[in-house]
Design a protein around this ligand. Structure first.
Ligand code: NAP
Length: 311
């Protein structure tokens, strides 16, 4: 048996409890990872509180967690390139808040020794989302990109991927996060009333495309107005209103798989010494409920990560 954090009903953070589960056996193309860190994402609390019950139902008891780092313990049939003892990070469809998790090799990568367990766990989802969103948006080198919600887990990585592609980035954030955005090479702008005027002042040549990672405050119509075309706006949050404004939503699962391309981009930046993966907070696995409270409160600078004891 092994330990995991799970919820057996929809509700607040207090529905999360430690449970014992069978040690999972890797299927074909999977490895079992002894988890060292698991990242916390907004989708975790949206699943737990039932907000995604129709779109993304779970089977109870449900173990949250979409990204982990750790050590390969066992490999399934057909797995090549990974062996027990390898230090890895990867993405999974739930099950990450646990001492052991199964990860498919298509979503798995070797962890460089220079990347901490916590940083590595914080990487897969943000990297895949960033690579995918930039490609779906079709933003080109030399263009100016506006990112709504630039200081969070996704925004922090997306700004760096965009800068590496030669794109000028304007990012919206609250003022305490403006220095953080500048360090990532972006031009910070405060969101809220008067946003369009502030963006125009920051980008006198205009904004070519917009990526919405905030999903708040009527930013979709404002973004269409700023770029002059709904084709130039993509949201990763607001699937409910995207169609209303003719804007595209990307949520993954659209067919193309971006994980390995995204990991390559991230690891190249890391090797060049320029990848920043700020950790908003690191908590032990047993404090998953508190970790989700912090995530749900918002206003993060980087990621919330759970640390799993190696004993
Ligand atoms: N579709 C997909 O494939 C996909 C994948 C990953 C994530 N997502 C979604 O994308 C969103 C962002 O994810 P995340 O992991 O980056 O979240 P996060 O780490 O919780 O960050 C959220 C950020 O939003 C900022 N923020 C809050 N209110 C804002 C507003 N009105 N305008 C602009 N920024 C605002 C906060 O910065 P300040 O402190 O500066 O306010 C915070 O840094 C979530 O809704 C998540 O579910 C979608």
């Amino acid at each position: 048996m092994t330990k995991a954090i799970a919820f057996a009903q929809y509700g607040g953070p207090d529905v999360l409890h430690t449970i014992d589960i069978e040690l999972p056996a890797p299927g074909p193309g999977q490895v079992r990872v002894a988890v060292r860190s698991a990242a916390v994402n907004p989708i975790d609390y949206k699943q737990r509180n039932g907000a995604l019950a129709e779109r993304f139902p779970v089977t109870f008891p449900a173990v949250p967690g979409f990204e982990v780092s750790g050590v390969v313990e066992a490999v399934g049939a057909g797995v090549t390139g990974f062996a027990p003892g390898d230090e890895v990070f990867g993405a999974l469809m739930g099950g990450g808040y646990a001492e052991h998790a199964l990860v498919g090799v298509d979503e798995l990568a070797h962890k460089p020794a220079t990347l901490s367990w916590e940083e590595a766990a914080a990487l897969p989802g943000a990297a895949e989302t960033s690579e995918r969103a930039l490609d779906v948006l079709g933003v080109q080198p030399g263009e100016t990109l506006l990112v709504h919600g630039a200081a969070g887990g996704v925004g922090t990585v997306l700004l760096q991927f965009a800068r590496a592609r030669g794109i000028t980035v304007i990012g919206t954030a609250s003022e305490p996060n403006h220095a953080h955005l500048r360090e990532l090479g972006a031009i910070p702008v405060t969101y809220g009333e008067g946003l369009a005027e502030r963006v125009r002042a920051a980008a006198p040549g205009g904004v070519d495309r917009v990526l919405d990672a905030a999903g708040q405050g009527g930013v979709l119509p404002l973004s269409v107005e700023l770029t002059g075309s709904a084709d130039r706006v993509v949201t990763i949050v607001d699937f409910a209103d995207a169609g209303k404004y003719g804007v595209r939503f990307t949520g993954g699962g659209d067919g193309e798989v971006y994980h390995q391309q995204a990991y390559a981009t991230a690891l190249a930046l890391h090797e060049a010494g320029s990848l920043r993966l700020p950790l908003h907070r690191v908590l032990p696995l047993a404090e998953a409920a508190e970790a989700q409270r912090i995530s749900e409160h918002g206003h993060l600078r980087g990621k919330v990560v759970l640390s799993v004891s190696s004993s």
